[in-house]
Design a protein around this ligand. Structure first.
Ligand code: SAH
Ligand code: SF4
Length: 361
């Protein structure tokens, strides 16, 4: 997998963005520079400064060497949209060679002085998982993003917030395009870089990784020894329906998935979020709410109900607000903590499951 990635991506202009300070020290040393310069380079890069000429505390010779060996640039912003209510923005990023990725920025104002800015970032261009309700899956997987390309989204988000005078990124959700755990090594590397104190310093508890449910990868993720939040896309309370909606369930049925989730909570003591998009007439009956409650009984779990976001080609419709509220109430009565996800960015197709590769007009 790693080799294939390299082959496909031999012009990764973001490569250095995916390196931690230690790795950059090694790279500098290998170039014949003093190793400690790698730490300086790390701070520049993670602050969003990619122009070597501006790195005033590196010598001219070092800067020229880096420029020659590691040309750097961020993916270009090809389109920028802002939702009418101002709570959400979407950037279309162009990595070259036809790789287009959507980045969503959600803005929450908690008080005059405190605000939360959550970036929803992508881990793959496209996705191989083919969930029946999701726009990203429609065209299949194009390729994995490298750790640097993942970090580059956060830098673009950071710079965008700065341009708006809005401060910095506080939270990250890996819920954009792609299945994060199918691009395991690059995703973990990116998380470590983004979490590093000398860099963006985004706390582990402020990072959420969402998965369609790959049990072996969930266990490995638990063994990383960190406190990253895990969200699991469930969407159905039984194997028959889940298998129809999410092909991944045919390989890894619910019992196997939930056993891996239990392992995750046992190891990390983190509560898992189970995402459940309500599809009208498909998975939104009171009987299915009961089955879901039974499935999660006794687990450190939280259900996030999402009225499915419209994707024309899929033919699924969102449940009514009444059905949604009934479903939520039933879960709560059974002792399952439940929230209804706020709708954001629907008017710019920036909501869950609506991201896709779009032609740039
Ligand atoms: N591949 C990962 C993460 C990206 S998808 C995963 O599947 O978890 C992010 C979330 O959006 C997932 O919970 C996914 O199931 C959900 N989603 C996909 N299509 C959707 C749609 N049309 N409406 C609402 N949620 C959707
Ligand atoms: Fe891929 Fe997640 Fe969409 Fe399923 S829901 S196709 S796993 S991005």
């Amino acid at each position: 997998m790693e080799n294939k990635l390299k082959e496909q991506n031999n012009t990764d202009f973001c490569a250095l963005l995916g390196k931690n300070a230690q790795e950059l020290r090694q790279i500098c040393q290998d170039l014949g520079m003093l190793a400690y310069k790698g730490g300086i380079l790390f701070s520049w890069l993670q602050s969003g400064e990619l122009d070597y000429r501006k790195m005033s505390n590196l010598s001219k010779a070092d800067r020229a060497l880096l420029d020659e060996r590691y040309p750097l640039r961020l993916p270009e912003i090809r389109r920028e949209q802002r939702s009418a209510d101002g709570s959400c923005a979407k950037l279309l990023l162009d990595y070259g060679e036809g790789i287009l990725v959507e980045l969503v920025i959600m803005l929450y104002q908690r008080s005059q002085s405190r605000s939360r800015h959550t970036l929803c970032i992508s881990t793959q261009a496209g996705c191989a998982m083919g969930c029946a309700f999701c726009a990203t899956g429609l065209s299949g997987l194009v390729r994995n993003l490298s750790a640097g390309e993942i970090v580059a989204q956060v830098l673009q988000g950071q710079l965008w917030l700065q341009r708006q005078g809005l401060g910095s990124v506080t939270n990250l959700v890996l819920m954009g395009m792609g299945e994060p755990l199918a691009n395991y090594a690059q995703v973990c590397q990116a998380i470590r870089v983004l979490n590093a104190e000398a860099g963006q310093n985004i706390g582990q508890r402020r990072i959420t990784v969402s998965t369609c449910g790959l049990p072996a990868r969930i266990r490995r993720f638990a063994d990383e020894g960190w406190e990253i939040n895990l969200a699991v896309s469930l969407h159905a309370p039984d194997d028959e329906l889940r298998g129809r909606l999410m092909p991944v369930n045919r390989r890894f049925p619910l019992a196997e998935l939930l056993a891996a989730c239990d392992y995750y909570t046992a190891k990390t003591h983190r509560r898992i979020s189970y995402e459940y998009a309500l599809l009208r007439g498909v998975n939104d009956s009171p009987r299915q709410a009961q089955a879901l409650a039974a499935l999660l009984a006794g687990r450190l779990a939280h259900v996030n109900l999402i009225p499915v976001n419209f994707v024309e080609e899929t033919g699924f419709w969102p449940s009514s607000d009444e059905t949604l509220n009934k479903f939520a109430a039933l879960l709560q009565r059974r002792g399952v903590e439940t929230t209804v996800r706020e709708k954001r960015g629907l008017d710019i197709d920036g909501a869950c499951g609506q991201l896709r590769r779009r032609a740039v007009k």
